[in-house]
Design a protein. Structure first.
Length: 164
């Protein structure tokens, strides 16, 4: 399936959300869409009880390299937030598309595979992808690379930088 103008519209929405991510290491946004309607959207964020701007990033404090030891993080990936909100609100995602500003990590890919989502559209690669473990491909989920949507000139381009 080719990237459509509607796909670009959803990518633009998450691209505009990306700088508002609270995570101190990664600005990533995601949205789950079905039948042309956004069901849920979110960014990387910490749990309300663990404000990383107050307590600091545990992975930074421990000098953990990008893509490693995600299990000790105080927050959730944008995709995890979307799936948990959908579950909490009883929003069915089976057959939906998830749009992500970065390729889903292994944990998120596994959750996407189990959720029934049938298509992933992402804008940029992810440093943690392991070719021998591709649950999205193995489940027959369509994965497509969409274009990066340019920010308006008044948005600080350093907000686009990210580190996992």
């Amino acid at each position: 399936m080719a990237i459509t103008e509607k796909d670009k519209e959803f990518l633009r929405i998450i691209d505009e959300m990306e700088p508002s991510a609270h995570c101190l290491r990664a600005n990533i946004a995601a949205a789950i869409v079905k039948d042309g309607k956004i069901l849920v959207k979110h960014t990387n964020d910490w749990h309300p009880e663990y404000d990383c701007t107050k307590i600091g990033c545990i992975r930074d404090k421990m000098k953990i390299k990008s893509g490693q030891r995600r299990e000790i993080c105080y927050g959730l990936c944008a995709e995890q937030w979307c799936l948990s909100i959908a579950a909490k609100e009883g929003i069915p995602v089976k057959g939906a598309t998830i749009y992500c500003t970065k390729h889903p990590c292994r944990v998120c890919a596994s959750l996407i595979a189990e959720s029934g989502i049938k298509r992933v559209v992402y804008q940029e690669g992810y440093p943690e992808v392991i070719p021998h473990f591709d649950i999205l491909k193995d489940r027959g989920i369509t994965v497509e690379v969409g274009p990066n949507i340019e920010y308006p000139e008044d948005v600080n381009p350093t907000l686009k930088n990210w580190s996992i």
